[in-house]
Design a binder for this molecule. Structure first.
Ligand code: FES
Ligand code: FES
Length: 177
């Protein structure tokens, strides 16, 4: 089609060349429908839920708001690319142990955002309220927020809070578990 251009990028460590990518293709759709990487979830498509979070050159990015062609020459990591790494396993274990996975639709986005937050902190892990606040862009439609906070506490080896930290996600911070 007119305006389609080839695109070369690295995805999960492998170079990918796609012969014709329309200018308006989102990175989310490229990953899911052209490369078959369905671990990256489609939620709101408007930047409001975090389900589509991936890493671009190690930093978390919302793939529904990112044009695929901006990825020329970039390194993209999806949740499949973290499989088997110690950091992803630590996050996944914490989620499972806390019962923080219900339908699981939001989980890849949380895993990607958490891995990015833990990597970018050179001065040690953020405390629990900070971490919960920084994950405010990730929504869980099953509303398993307290379990997710327990998973974060497990990850940080921090005490489990009696209630959700203030400014946690988008729920009433005063709500009891
Ligand atoms: S699908 Fe991208 S933020 Fe919701
Ligand atoms: S576990 Fe279902 S959306 Fe979060």
């Amino acid at each position: 089609m007119r305006g389609d251009l080839p695109l070369t990028l690295r995805v999960n460590g492998s170079e990918q060349t796609l012969p014709a990518v329309p200018a308006d293709t989102k990175l989310l759709d490229l990953l899911r429908w052209r490369l078959g990487l369905k671990g990256t979830k489609e939620g709101c498509r408007t930047g409001g839920c975090g389900a589509c979070t991936v890493l671009v050159n190690g930093e978390s990015v919302l793939s529904c708001l990112t044009l695929a062609r901006e990825m020329e020459g970039q390194e993209v990591t999806t949740v499949e690319g973290l499989s088997g790494t110690a950091e992803a396993e630590a996050v996944q274990r914490a989620f499972v142990e806390a019962g923080a996975v219900q339908c699981g639709y939001c989980t890849p986005g949380f895993v990607m955002a958490l891995v990015s937050l833990r990597r970018e902190r050179r001065d040690g892990p953020p405390d629990l309220p900070t971490l919960a606040s920084e994950l405010g862009g990730n929504l869980c439609r099953c509303t398993g927020y307290y379990s997710i906070v327990r998973a974060l506490a497990g990850l940080l080896a921090a005490p489990i809070p009696p209630e959700l930290p203030k400014s946690t996600f988008s729920v009433d911070p005063g709500r009891s578990p």
